[in-house]
Design a protein around this ligand. Sequence first.
Ligand SMILES: NC(=O)c1ccc[n+]([C@@H]2O[C@H](COP(=O)([O-])OP(=O)(O)OC[C@H]3O[C@@H](n4cnc5c(N)ncnc54)[C@H](O)[C@@H]3O)[C@@H](O)[C@H]2O)c1
Ligand SMILES: O=C(O)C[C@H](O)C(=O)O
Ligand SMILES: [Mg+2]
Length: 466
Amino acid sequence: MHITIRLQFQKDLVSFGDIATAIGKAGGDIVGIDVISSSKTHTVRDITVSAFDTKHCNLIIDMLKKIQGVKVVHVSDRTFLMHIGGKIEMKSKIPIKTRDDLSRVYTPGVARVCTAIAEDPTKAYSLTIKRNTVAVVSDGTAVLGLGDIGPHAAMPVMEGKAMLFKQLAGVDAFPICLDTKDTEEIIQIVKAIAPAFGGINLEDISAPRCFEIEERLKKELDIPVFHDDQHGTAVVLLAGLLNALKIVGKKLEDIKVVVTGIGAAGIACTKILLAAGVRNIIGVDRTGAIHRGVDYENPYWIEYAQMTNPDNLSGTLSDVIEGADVFIGVSAPGILTVEDVKKMAKDPIVFAMANPVPEIDPELAEPYVRVMATGRSDYPNQINNVLCFPGIFRGALDCRAKEINEEMKLAAAQAIASVVTDEELNETYIIPSVFNNKVAERVREAVMKAAYRTGVARKEAIAPTE
Ligand SMILES: NC(=O)c1ccc[n+]([C@@H]2O[C@H](COP(=O)([O-])OP(=O)(O)OC[C@H]3O[C@@H](n4cnc5c(N)ncnc54)[C@H](O)[C@@H]3O)[C@@H](O)[C@H]2O)c1
Ligand SMILES: O=C(O)C[C@H](O)C(=O)O
Ligand SMILES: [Mg+2]
């Protein structure tokens, strides 16, 4: 691996030769040097060094820090270098070469186009970027498993989502990180920016505010609004589960499912499973199994207790996991023990999806489970919402859907599951890879069909046939 080390050194105490020797002694190879600034007393240089691994990099940096007169200003690795200046840019489709071009793309020609849209606002879809754009909106309060790290720190994730939208589905997505946590203010801001967009992808907004923000925006806007951490996760989870159940020969109607973490992802996963036909789901959070008869402070848990836990079980995760066919974790690291897994029904299915550390170490669980999935890319069966959001928005934009409804989500889950053929399906391949280029197209087609079937598609001309 390569790292770039920015060093400031005091000229009277140390020479570049001393630094090069120290790096060489530590086993590093200098592959590039840039002088950033130089004064009478100090020099600042970026030194790019080739090393074996992170441990080796740290050794080199420690050696440099020990040299008197040297200050390590910062160190960039390949990941950081990929982020310099951000990861995306805006590009024009047409060059402006002549005055004639200028008078068409801009004033005075553009005025006629503006007037046409003012007279018929639906023309925004044909004459502006609206038909291909999605706003990726976050307030930075629930970024990955990192929590409330703020809007500036959330940007790299949102830029990454925008890249995936473009690469996997050709959608132009704009990262928009808001410096407010006020529910009403977020709603008003998103409504105010909506004219430029064909859809709103809410991302990494903490529960329970994410529920109200999404519900209100769905009601008050006429373009699809989709909270990815809820529904993207739920769609991909269902896709994985449909395939895992084929392996163990069980039906959705017959299984007992335990979900841990009744937050944004847990509630959405539960709802999609109920819609798909699962009857016995028990939700567990920090206070144990969510059941009827408790006056929970969280109103979403009261509603949750009504729609789940048919036997109204109470107790800990270890109590209610007895006889469960499926475990779904969207909670916290390490909360599922091997003993718990041993109590599950025959052929246990464990989806431990907390990021970056799952509810159970896959290696510990492996001897006792039939199918294991995590949110990670370094184990088989990665459940990640990137399998859903590009294709679901591509489909919604292409048929100009006014919303993304339950039928469209179920269709997306079935489409993702269908990419894995019966011949390919096995315990370590229940879900297609993020790089499988069939996924987004399959999801798009299925989502469009569902949109037309349920009457939410507004673009008649390209209605696909059933
Ligand atoms: N793999 C994926 O694609 C994917 C997608 C979304 C979320 N996630 C992961 O799921 C987790 C939850 O995400 P979220 O957006 O729903 O967060 P959230 O904050 O909305 O919900 C988390 C819930 O877990 C509960 N919880 C925390 N510790 C617990 C414990 N020890 N026992 C039981 N419950 C506990 C919390 O009380 C909360 O209700 C995170 O780790 C996130 O990375 C994974
Ligand atoms: O961003 C991801 O990789 C998954 C998900 O959206 C998350 O917030 O963890
Ligand atoms: Mg997210």
